[in-house]
Design a protein around this ligand. Structure first.
Ligand SMILES: [Zn+2]
Length: 485
C-alpha cells in the first residue's frame, strides 16, 4: 500500500488512459481487448501519427503526416499519381539563391555543398560550431573539458582535433579517429571523411547544416506547389471513412494550407499552416483518447462512467508544442464523491524536437559569456551585449563522465552563466515570432498597446535563424527521412 492508501494494481483501475506525445505522433496506454487471450489487458496501443487525409477532385487522395514543427510527410494519390515526399515547409519567397558551392573531387567522388543562402534579409552561412568534451586518455586519465570544433553528419557528431587535420567520433568518452590511412573505410565513412575535409578551411571545420535546411525547405515547398497542393484547404480534410471533417478546433476556412507566402508563413505562429496543423493533431488525439476512455468502461468493473476530460487551451498549448505525458485519473471514490484529475508533464529538453523556444543565445560582455532566451530584453535593448552564437537548450545541460567507481567528472557542452534578466523577467521577453519576422513589438505605456519597435536586430536574427535551421536539420531522426547525404 502506498501513501495514498491504494496499491499499484488498485490505482490502475482508476487510470483509464495515459497519453504520450512524441515528435510525429503519440501512444495511448490503456486497457484494450486482446482477442488472442480473449480478455481485457493493459498496454500500449499502436503508435498513431499526427495525420490527416485529404480528398480533392479525382486526382488527389493523400495523407499528410504532421509533426510538432514544420516538417511534414505526404503520401498517396497526388495529381493523379502515387507519390511520397517529405521535408520542411517554409515561405520559399523568403529564401534567396544559394551563393557558394564547394566541391571536392577525389577519384570518382564528387559532391557539392551549399555554404551560403539568404533568408528574409539575413545571410545564412556555413559556421564554426564548438563544444566541450571530457576525454578519457589511453592511460585512463580524464582530460579536463576541452573545446572542439564539430559538425553533425549522418546523425552523428564528428569533431576536429585542435591544430590538426584529423577528425574523430566521441565514443564511450574516447576519441575514435576517422582516417583512411592504413584502413579500408566503409562507403559511409568515406562520405563522412570527404565531407569534413571539404568543410575544413584555414584550419577550421565548418557546418553547413543551416544552409542545407533553408535550401531543402525551399526546394520541398516549391515541389508541393508543383504537385498542386497549393489548392488544398481545410474543406478537403476527411476522416478515415472519407467523411468531411467539420469540427476542427480552429477554422481556417478557405485558406490554402500548403500555399506558402507572407500571409501563411510556416515558421510563424498563427499561420494557416500552423493553425491547421495543430487542429489536426488536436482532433486526432481527442478522437482516439475519447475512444480509449469510452472503451475502458466496457472492461471496467467500476460503476463509474469514464469520460474524456475537457482540456483547457493552456493544456492544449502544452501538448501541441512539446513532448508530453498526460495521466488521467477518474472515479476514485472519496467519501460520497469521486475524485477526477489529470496532469500533463512536458519536456522541452529532449532530442526529439527543436521548437522556437529550444534555441538559446550566447553573448559576450566584458569578456563574460552569458546565455539568454532569444527574446531577452537586456540582450535586445542593451547594445553592450555582443551576440556570438546560438545552440540548442540541451547543449547547456550538465553531462557526467564516469571514470571509475566513485570518480565522476562533469562538464557542459556549452558552458555559460545564465543571464540574470532572463531568470527574473522570463515572462517579459520579446515574442520570438517578432524576431523571426523582423517585426519586434514593444509595449507602449502611453498608448497602452504594442507598437513596432524599430531596433536593428539583424545579428540576432541571423544567429537565431541559423541555429534554428541547423538544430532542426541536425536533429536525430529514427526514420531517416532527413539524413544529409
Ligand atoms: Zn538575458
Amino acid at each position: 500500500m502506498g501513501a495514498s492508501g491504494y496499491d499499484q494494481d488498485t490505482l490502475k483501475e482508476y487510470i483509464p488512459a495515459m497519453l504520450y506525445t512524441m515528435y510525429d505522433g503519440y501512444y495511448i496506454y490503456g486497457k484494450y481487448f486482446n482477442y488472442t487471450i480473449n480478455q481485457y489487458q493493459y498496454g500500449l496501443k499502436p503508435y498513431i501519427y499526427y495525420s490527416c487525409r485529404y480528398i480533392y477532385g479525382n486526382n488527389y487522395d493523400f495523407v499528410v503526416n504532421y509533426t510538432l514543427d514544420n516538417s511534414i510527410t505526404i503520401y498517396g494519390k497526388i495529381n493523379g499519381q502515387y507519390r511520397t515526399d517529405s521535408g520542411y515547409v517554409i515561405n520559399p519567397n523568403l529564401v534567396g539563391n544559394v551563393e557558394n558551392i564547394v566541391s571536392y573531387v577525389k577519384g570518382t567522388y564528387r559532391k557539392e555543398y551549399p555554404t551560403k543562402i539568404s533568408y528574409d534579409g539575413v545571410n545564412i552561412e556555413k559556421e564554426i560550431l564548438t563544444e566541450q568534451l571530457v576525454v578519457i586518455a589511453e592511460n585512463g586519465v580524464a582530460i579536463n573539458p576541452t573545446s572542439y570544433e564539430y559538425v553533425r553528419y549522418n546523425n552523428q557528431k564528428i569533431y576536429k582535433e585542435n591544430g590538426e587535420n584529423r577528425y574523430f567520433y566521441y565514443k564511450n568518452n574516447t576519441k575514435e579517429y576517422l582516417s583512411d590511412e592504413g584502413k579500408v573505410l566503409r562507403d559511409d565513412e568515406i562520405t563522412e571523411l570527404r565531407y569534413v575535409q571539404t568543410m575544413t578551411e584555414n584550419g577550421h571545420l565548418y557546418s553547413n547544416s543551416a544552409v542545407q535546411y533553408y535550401k531543402e525547405a525551399k526546394d520541398f515547398s516549391e515541389r508541393l506547389k508543383q504537385y498542386g497542393l497549393n489548392k488544398i484547404t481545410q474543406e478537403n480534410a476527411v476522416d478515415n471513412n472519407g467523411n468531411k471533417i467539420t469540427d476542427f478546433a480552429t477554422n481556417t476556412e478557405n485558406a490554402n494550407i500548403f500555399e506558402f507566402n507572407k500571409n501563411n508563413d510556416p515558421l510563424l505562429e498563427g499561420s494557416s499552416f500552423n493553425e491547421h496543423r495543430m487542429s489536426v493533431i488536436r482532433k486526432s488525439i481527442e478522437t482516439n483518447l475519447s475512444t480509449a476512455i469510452a472503451n475502458y468502461n466496457a472492461g471496467s468493473s467500476s460503476m463509474y462512467e469514464f469520460q474524456m476530460p475537457i482540456f483547457t487551451d493552456n493544456d492544449w498549448d502544452k501538448i501541441l508544442n512539446n513532448i508530453s505525458l498526460s495521466v488521467f485519473m477518474q472515479g476514485i471514490p472519496i467519501k460520497a464523491k469521486y475524485f477526477n484529475s489529470y496532469c500533463i508533464v512536458t519536456n522541452n529538453k529532449n532530442e526529439e524536437v527543436v521548437t522556437q523556444n529550444s534555441i538559446y543565445v550566447l553573448s559576450r560582455k566584458n569578456n563574460a559569456i552569458e546565455v539568454h532566451m532569444p527574446g531577452c530584453t537586456e540582450l535586445i535593448d542593451n547594445s553592450d551585449y555582443e551576440i556570438i552564437a546560438a545552440y540548442n537548450i540541451i547543449d547547456f545541460e550538465r553531462q557526467t563522465v564516469v571514470i571509475s567507481q566513485g570518480d565522476e567528472r562533469y562538464y557542459y557542452p556549452q558552458y555559460a552563466s545564465k543571464c540574470y534578466n532572463c531568470i527574473v523577467n522570463a515572462a517579459q521577453t520579446y515574442d520570438i515570432n517578432g524576431i523571426i519576422s523582423n517585426n519586434l513589438q514593444k509595449f507602449d505605456v502611453k498608448s497602452n498597446q504594442y507598437q513596432k519597435y524599430n531596433k536593428d536586430i539583424t545579428l540576432l536574427r541571423k544567429t537565431y535563424l541559423t541555429a534554428l535551421g541547423r538544430e532542426r536539420y541536425d536533429l536525430y531522426r529514427t526514420n531517416g527521412y532527413f539524413l544529409n547525404i
